[in-house]
Design a protein around this ligand. Structure first.
Ligand code: ZN
Length: 117
């Protein structure tokens, strides 16, 4: 059953868990590297707690970076304002990971590139 990771697979994006360190006091949650392409989730930024919370944080980070992948491949327009871009990426992540009436398979399907439908 496709989930956020399945969606990354469908896009051909590798997902790695890595220690990305901390930058000037802020901890980077994840990064998108168009070379690969690869999404790196910062192991250091994950919450301590139940495996559910960790899994949710990872899925959310992957979903957010998938938004940037979709920008990079031209599937969605790249918003000029960086803050707006980040808000939209967060909203996309929320839509993918939040529990809703629609099954995740459906939400993932909606987010798939045309050729994969
Ligand atoms: Zn972002």
């Amino acid at each position: 059953m496709p989930d956020v990771r399945g969606l990354a697979d469908a896009y051909g994006v590798r997902v790695e868990l890595d220690d990305l360190g901390a930058w000037g006091g802020t901890t980077l949650v994840a990064e998108y590297d168009p070379n690969g392409p690869t999404i790196r989730v910062n192991a250091r930024a994950l919450p301590r707690g139940s495996s559910c919370a960790v899994r949710d944080a990872i899925d959310r980070a992957i979903a957010h970076e998938l938004y940037h992948h979709r920008e990079a491949i031209g599937e969605i327009p790249r918003l000029r304002d960086r803050a707006a871009r980040e808000r939209t990426a967060d909203a996309f992540a929320e839509a993918l990971v939040s529990s809703s009436e629609k099954p995740v398979t459906h939400r993932a399907h909606e987010a798939l590139p045309e050729r994969s439908r």
